[in-house]
Design a protein around this ligand. Structure first.
Ligand SMILES: Cc1cc2nc3c(=O)[nH]c(=O)nc-3n(C[C@H](O)[C@H](O)[C@H](O)COP(=O)(O)O)c2cc1C
Length: 258
């Protein structure tokens, strides 16, 4: 049994992208724990996620990560079959499950699609596979360093407001608390350059989640947003852009969270 210092809500609330790491090996039992999770998630999703104990050479040094990262060592490598039309969305969903697990255990993480050396041979995939993203994972200072705050400003677009996340298609429609709580969880989700490309539509009882799918990372962000919404609004989405939310009406425990 792992020692969690946060629950799911606290992890969603407190997670931020961390870019300065202690360059130290993660404890063996934590590595085993993540490897066990990864085996389960690969089984459930058909992805081929792996844990790389030392991926430092793809990050450290000015030319590799444009100086944005320090002390990176372990990585979660997100990849899967090119033939899977939901590949990016699944990487978003299962990758974020691992990010929140790491946050609950007190470890820092950062989604990375661009600022690392993707060409390093350690990321070589089979011909039928594609590398989607990596996630550095490791020990960090409890507070963001000045350097991290500076990089965050550069790589973080202004956040959208709550109202910009959803459209109500019927007039005079009441919006349940659990829906707003779910949207607040999506507002806190990581997204490439904080672009927050996901939005919801509400029509009667029907809630759908969408992205314009313009940027190469939009479908990854869709998978991440689906997970945050599901955890707080309690329910599930099928795969796909425009998917309808299925509310689990047997459990409203988290309706007022966040
Ligand atoms: C799919 C995806 C790709 C990202 N790629 C990078 C990247 O290449 N380099 C980087 O420094 N941050 C990257 N980020 C982190 C975002 O910049 C960060 O999530 C966003 O600014 C929101 O900040 P927060 O995670 O601290 O809430 C990425 C995030 C996501 C979800």
């Amino acid at each position: 049994m792992k020692k969690y210092i946060l629950d799911d809500f606290e992890a969603i609330e407190t997670r931020t992208s961390r870019r300065n790491y202690a360059s130290q090996r993660i404890d063996t039992d934590l590595i085993e724990h993540f490897n066990e999770r990864i085996i389960d998630y690969n089984h459930d999703s058909g992805l081929t996620i792996s844990f790389l104990e030392d991926g430092s050479k793809a990050f450290n040094g000015i030319t590799k990560s444009y100086g944005m990262f320090k002390g990176v060592r372990s990585l979660i490598v997100l990849k899967g079959p090119i033939s899977d039309v939901y590949l990016k969305e699944k990487c978003g969903y299962f990758g974020e499950l691992l990010v929140l697990e790491a946050t609950k255990l007190g470890l820092g993480t950062c989604w990375v699609a661009g600022t690392f050396n993707k060409k390093d041979p350690m990321f070589k995939c089979r011909d039928d596979e594609q590398l989607i993203c990596v996630i550095p994972i490791g020990y960090t200072e409890s507070e963001a360093t000045i350097g991290e705050k500076f990089i965050r400003k550069l790589s973080h677009r202004k956040s959208k407001t709550l109202d910009q996340f959803y459209k109500i298609l019927e007039t005079n429609q009441a919006i349940p608390d659990w829906f707003i709580a779910g949207i607040k969880a999506v507002m806190l989700a990581p997204s490439a350059i904080n672009s927050q490309p996901v939005f919801f539509e509400v029509e009667g009882d029907k809630i759908t989640i969408h992205t314009a799918d313009k940027k190469s990372t939009d479908l990854i962000d869709l998978g991440i947003a689906k997970l945050h919404f599901e955890l707080i609004a309690k329910g599930s989405f099928p795969l796909g852009n425009g998917a309808i939310f299925h509310k689990d009406h047997s459990d409203n425990t988290f309706s007022n969270a966040l």
